[in-house]
Every structure is written in C-alpha cells, then in structure tokens.
Ligand binder design. Structure first.
Ligand code: SF4
Length: 375
C-alpha cells in the first residue's frame, strides 16, 4: 500500500506563522498544474508493483484549484498508477473557498475527505494569524460541509498569544458541535523568518507561552477523549474508522510519493526532496527532469525515524521490531536509554512496546531525540 501527496503551492495571503512553501501569485498556476501532471507521469515506475490507497492534496491551499483542475490531477494519477477501489482522497481546504455550491460540486467528485483549515473560531485569533477567512465563514462552511461529507477533519491551533484556556475550550466545543469525526491540532510555533517571529521580536505581539500551550494540549486531549475521539497521534484525534489513512501510512513508515515543489517522498530506505521553488520546478519538468534530491537513509537514520514517529502514535515503539530490523545492539541501547524516562513516568513499557505516558505526551519529540542513536 502506498500514498501520493500532491503539493499545491499557492495561497491567497501569507499567514503570519507559516513557513510552508507557497506563492501568493497565481500567475504560474496553469504551468504548475501541467508540471504536477508531468511529475505524476514520470514517477509511475516508482510504484510499479504498488497500489495507491490514498491521494492527498496538501499545501499551500489546494482549494484554490478549481474542481476541474483537481479532477485533471486525479485523472493523471488514475491514468498512470494502479489505484485501489476506494482510495481515500483528501483535499485540504480553507473556509473562504468552501461556498455551498463548491461543497456540493466537490461532494460529487472523487474527493471523499475534507481537511478544513479552521484554526480558530475567534476573530481576534484569525486576525493575529492573518488567516484569509473570518469566524463567520469558519462556522458557515462547517455547517454546509457536514451535510455533504461524512469524513471531515478540521485543524485548530492552540497556544495563541492572548487566547485564554477558557477561550480555547470554547473553540474545541464549537468544533465538536459540528459533529466532525477527526480533529488535528497543533501548537502555534514561532518559525524563524516568519512575520510572527518578527512581530514578537518587535514587541507587537506577545511571545507564545510554552506552559500555556502545554495546558491547552491537555484541555484538548481530555475534552476530545471524553467525546469519543481516540488520540492516535500527538496532533491527531479521530473517531473509530476515521483516522487519516494518508497520515497513518506515513507514521507507520509506508512509502509515499511527494509530487510538487517542496514535496517529500519516502520509499522505506530513501528520502527525496523536490526543489522548493515554483519556477525551477516548472522549468525542470518542462525538460522532463525530476527536480529531486535523494538521500539514502543509514540504519541509524531509519532507527531514529522509527523512534520519533513511534513515540508520537498510540502504536508506540515495538521492541521486537527494533531487534528484528536493527539488531540486538539497538534494542539494548533503546531499553537502556528509556530507563530514565520510565523512572520519571514519561514512558512505559506494555506488551513489548514503549509508549509515552499522558504526562510525557506533550514532550514526546524531545524524549524521542534522547533515544536517538548518533552516527
Ligand atoms: S493557508 Fe496554510 S499554507 Fe497558506 S500561508 Fe496559511 S498556513 Fe501557510
């Protein structure tokens, strides 16, 4: 089983916190879509004996593409790959693009899952982050989308400066009121060279508060678990049967092709990065050249990657798998390094798997890095 990720590198405006790859000029949209289709075609040999089970339009803002443009790319996949009977096809969409008419048309297409970038239902939060939508649009689009799609995820951001824990709880309750079966939620992080970083440096916006983010993470976890969601990955909560197949495959180390500028690919032993520039990407594909850099992962890289993703998920790190895939030395190293965190009640071992405790969950990336092997 494998997945195809298609990166749509356009946005209406730059959110202040964002360091993803996108352009706010749509001038090259047609050329870029043709280049995406060309890359899909050129890379079909990589999935010769593999069935595609998920297609994921991420970005950027994929909902800036018309239904016809999205269909053209889906057709490119179907024309070049073996696709399973009921693939999960996700579209990341922003509320301001999801008019009633658009939602109805999308519901008649092959797209069967929407991941909606709500982020917050509070006007002040949306303004601070420079989102292109407002709170009314956020609610209206969910009202309509839930009538036509049963598989919907929404994104929420916590740890926003000035947003109290009480407001955060209201955000979660508002999200729950729409009955969506999946929620992804991330702490607002200050990435270097973003507008947010510069506003904080100049004192225009107060800095993010890690302690408050930690508290809000637990408010989220408690509220969603009490509402029947499974916390299956650090930032992801789903009702049974509604975990993201695309992301789960990624966390379980399955292969995926990343199509588009800045997209990443993985085939079990190699990782690839496409060029992070729309013009260079288009030019290369016009010449039938793949604008990709490939790195072969060492055994240590693969072990580190498994520890990082394993600790973020409910599946944990299988001690047996570490021994089988990496050898006894790695297994002994893992158990030895884990001990201090087990004593601090941040990790526990159950059924030959190492997992983070509730107390350790928010810290899982940091804990994972302490279990890494250094080459
Ligand atoms: S819409 Fe998404 S990708 Fe575009 S700037 Fe905002 S956060 Fe970044």
């Amino acid at each position: 089983m494998a997945g195809i990720y298609i990166h749509i590198p356009f946005c209406k405006q730059a959110c202040h916190y964002c360091d993803f790859h996108f352009s706010t000029s749509l001038k090259k949209k047609d050329e870029l879509i043709n280049a995406l289709s060309k890359e899909i075609e050129l890379r079909k040999t990589e999935f010769k004996n593999t069935t595609v089970e998920t297609i994921y339009f991420g970005g950027g803002t994929p909902s800036l593409l018309t239904n016809e443009e999205l269909q053209f790319l889906i057709d490119s996949v179907y024309n070049n790959y073996q696709v399973s009977e009921n693939p999960e096809i996700t579209l990341e969409a922003n509320p301001d693009d999801l008019t009633v008419d658009r939602i109805i048309k999308l519901s008649k297409s092959k797209i069967n899952r929407l991941s909606i970038g709500i982020q917050s239902f509070f006007e002040a939060d949306l303004k601070l982050m420079n989102r292109a939508h407002n709170a009314t649009e956020a609610k209206a689009c969910l009202e309509e989308a839930t009538k036509y799609f049963n598989n919907i995820s929404l994104d929420l951001i916590y740890g926003i400066p000035g947003a109290s824990n009480a407001q955060w709880l209201q955000n979660i309750e508002m999200a729950l009121s729409f009955g969506v079966p999946h929620i992804s939620s991330y702490a607002l992080t200050v990435e270097p060279k973003t507008a947010l970083a510069s506003f904080i440096e100049k004192g225009v916006i107060e800095d993010v508060n890690d302690e408050q983010a930690h508290e809000q993470f637990h408010i989220l976890k408690d509220k969603l678990e009490a509402s029947g969601f499974v916390h299956y990955e650090l930032s992801n909560f789903g009702k049974d049967g509604f975990f993201s197949k695309n992301n789960t495959a990624y966390w379980q180390g399955k292969s995926y092709l990343g199509i588009g500028p800045s997209a990443h690919s993985f085939n079990g032993t190699q990782r690839g990065w496409n060029v992070r520039n729309n013009s260079k990407y288009i030019r290369a594909l016009e010449l039938n050249v793949l604008p990709i850099e490939i790195e072969t992962l060492t055994q240590t890289d693969q072990y580190n990657e498994y520890i990082m993703t394993g600790l973020r998920t409910i599946w944990g790190v299988s001690i047996q798998k570490v021994e089988n895939d990496f050898g006894l030395d790695y297994k002994d190293y893992l158990i030895e390094q884990s001990e201090i965190f087990i004593n601090q009640q941040l990790l526990y071992i159950d059924d030959a798997h190492i997992r983070v405790t509730k107390k350790g969950q928010f810290l899982s990336d940091g804990i994972a890095s302490e279990l890494f092997k250094i080459n």
